[in-house]
Design a protein around this ligand. Structure first.
Ligand code: ATP
Length: 341
């Protein structure tokens, strides 16, 4: 496996603010890596340092084995796609896509052909003569992608590129972008604060917490084996069982979690069978969200857990009537996951 990007002890301070601290990261060639974290956790600053727009306070950046820490942005084999597209409004779509090649003095016939190929790769082959203002938000974002892809960079950096799109379009673009990345085989580094987006698209996710990487791993590793309470809480609903409750309820030491979709809500008092665990409590709140219902349950043992059930049969009035009822929460013990602290 060759390494496209290698960050070592990367640090960036702005005055007193430590934006990025002690970041070590290897991104493999052709990998889709997501930097996930809350606002202000340092994701964008890492991306800008890889692009060369920001100089690290200390540490090194290698691209394909070459130290580029001191190399200016235009001499790095990377391209960046921003949330706001930054298309030229007076140029048509094809000219927008061709622009970078024109600057690089690529001959006209070649640049036309490459621009058309890039537009076809984002399914906009027939839109070359339109102005950006004549496109939808999703189409504009695809033009921005084509404009980056036309340069055939080894690495594409994407800073919340779907942030301006409505939810439906955003979900559609997530699938498209992942397919495109697979097809072109370029290394993608993708910044988002949306955990579902990260889980959907990434080969691996680096979860950022206050300028540091709290955990890095595949979506399954991050979701099923969170190494800190922060990761458990940021990626999904944490449902933490603190040491005291875990000891009483599970007979286990340390901090544990059970994901909400693994928990069944049964009315009344039910005894567990086989590998099941049962926890008695009272439904404090019911949140009907169309496809599913979220139950917030105060357990007799002391913790509060959230359980999510598909609304395959139940109606909204049925689930709403469950507020205040005594219930038994049931889950399989294999879904009890340890959370590192
Ligand atoms: P968001 O999702 O909101 O973009 P982020 O995780 O990308 O957040 P960064 O933009 O990298 O976070 O910011 C990390 C920290 O560095 C924040 O505290 C931010 O205020 C600070 N910061 C970033 N850029 C600058 C700057 N040019 N000058 C001063 N402080 C900055």
């Amino acid at each position: 496996m060759s390494i496209a990007i290698r960050l070592r002890q990367l640090r960036k301070t702005f005055g007193d603010v430590v934006a990025v601290d002690s970041v070590d990261l290897d991104v493999a060639d052709g990998e889709f890596l997501t930097l996930l974290g809350p606002s202000g956790s340092g994701k964008t600053t890492v991306l800008r340092m890889i692009a060369g727009f920001e100089q690290p306070t200390s540490g090194t950046i290698e691209l394909a084995g070459v130290d580029v820490t001191e190399v200016p942005p235009y001499n790095r084999d990377v391209n960046t796609v921003f949330q706001d597209y930054a298309l030229f409004p007076h140029m048509d779509v094809l000219s927008n896509v061709e622009y970078g090649l024109k600057v690089k003095k690529v001959p006209k016939a070649e640049r036309r052909q490459r621009a058309e190929e890039a537009l076809a790769s984002v399914r906009l082959a027939d839109y070359g003569s339109r102005k950006p203002s004549q496109l939808s938000g999703g189409q504009r974002q695809r033009v921005a992608l084509a404009r980056a892809l036309v340069n055939r960079p080894r690495v594409l950096l994407l800073d919340e590129p779907l942030g301006a799109l409505d939810l439906k379009l955003r979900e559609q673009m997530q699938v498209e972008l992942k397919e495109l990345q697979r097809a072109v085989g370029i290394t993608f580094v993708f910044v988002t604060h949306d955990q579902e987006e990260a889980l959907t698209m990434s080969d691996r996710i680096a979860v950022f917490d206050a300028g540091r990487i709290a955990q890095i791993g595949t979506p399954v590793e991050i979701y099923e084996h969170p190494q800190t309470p922060f990761v458990a809480g940021f990626v999904g609903v944490s449902n933490l069982l603190e040491a005291g409750v875990a000891a009483t309820l599970l007979g286990r030491q340390g901090l544990w979690s059970v994901r909400p979709e693994k928990i069944r809500v049964m009315l009344g008092s039910v005894s567990p069978e086989g590998n099941e665990r049962a926890a008695a409590g009272v439904i404090r709140e019911v949140v009907y969200v169309g496809m599913s219902t979220r139950f917030i349950v105060d357990l007799d043992a002391g913790a509060t857990l959230i359980a999510v059930q598909q609304n395959s049969h139940a109606t909204s009035s049925e689930v709403n009537a469950m507020r205040g009822q005594r219930v038994t929460l049931m889950w399989n013990t294999e879904h009890e996951i340890p959370v590192g602290s």
